[in-house]
Design a binder for this molecule. Structure first.
Ligand code: FMN
Length: 185
């Protein structure tokens, strides 16, 4: 059986991002037969339709981002919540990826997770994503939800994620992502 490729996208650009660490922890919890390839968006310019016409050559970094998503069997987005919603940089990158008949987002299986030092575990960011996923008929893993609250208390001094209950749910979520992908083949 071939290895399923998962594009890992972190919604935070911060060097010591908790969400980046959670994405790395999720990589270690991937079921057999899946591999995670990190995909960045930090140098993607602000979306401008003038740069995105049939006659315009899109910025190289945008083409690379779209290709990385197109090559993936599924996406794993791990993101903070900014002001009760999706961080602007992440939304901007996904807006670039959303355009055209050949959008790599169309019908794509996706897992969404989030971490915050706050109490609500990024629930509002995750709810804000639902209309976006719906528009592109993306196949969101609905359960179990991965909402990591008070994340600053959940890494040890070596950077290991220590929340065993959350790890169990993350493993199950990724198993469900694998099944979601396989059900579409
Ligand atoms: C612009 C901005 C808006 C924020 N809004 C929220 C919010 O709505 N809900 C929340 O739980 N945390 C919010 N936070 C706090 C973030 O959860 C916290 O900074 C977190 O560590 C960011 O994720 P990271 O560690 O992966 O960079 C916000 C932070 C910033 C910078």
């Amino acid at each position: 059986m071939r290895t399923l490729k998962i594009a890992g996208i972190c919604g935070s650009l911060r060097k010591d991002s908790y969400n980046k660490k959670l994405l790395q922890a999720a990589a270690d919890l991937l079921p057999e037969g899946m591999e995670l390839l990190m995909v960045g968006f930090d140098t993607i310019p602000l979306y401008n339709e003038d740069l995105d016409t049939p006659n315009a050559i899109p910025p190289e970094i945008v083409t690379a981002f779209r290709t990385a998503l197109a090559d993936a069997d599924g996406l794993l987005i791990v993101s903070p919540e900014y002001n009760y919603s999706i961080p602007g940089g992440l939304k901007n990158a996904l807006d670039w990826a959303s355009r055209g008949k050949e959008s790599p987002l169309k019908g794509k299986p996706v897992s969404l997770m989030g971490a915050t030092p706050g109490a609500w575990g990024t629930v509002r960011m995750q709810l804000a994503f639902l209309p976006f996923f719906r528009l592109f008929d993306m196949k969101l893993v609905m359960q179990p939800e991965i909402l990591v609250a008070q994340v600053h208390t959940k890494f040890d001094e070596k950077g290991n994620f220590t929340d065993e209950m959350a790890k169990k749910f993350i493993r199950q979520n990724l198993e469900n992502l694998k099944n979601q992908i396989k059900s579409l083949e």
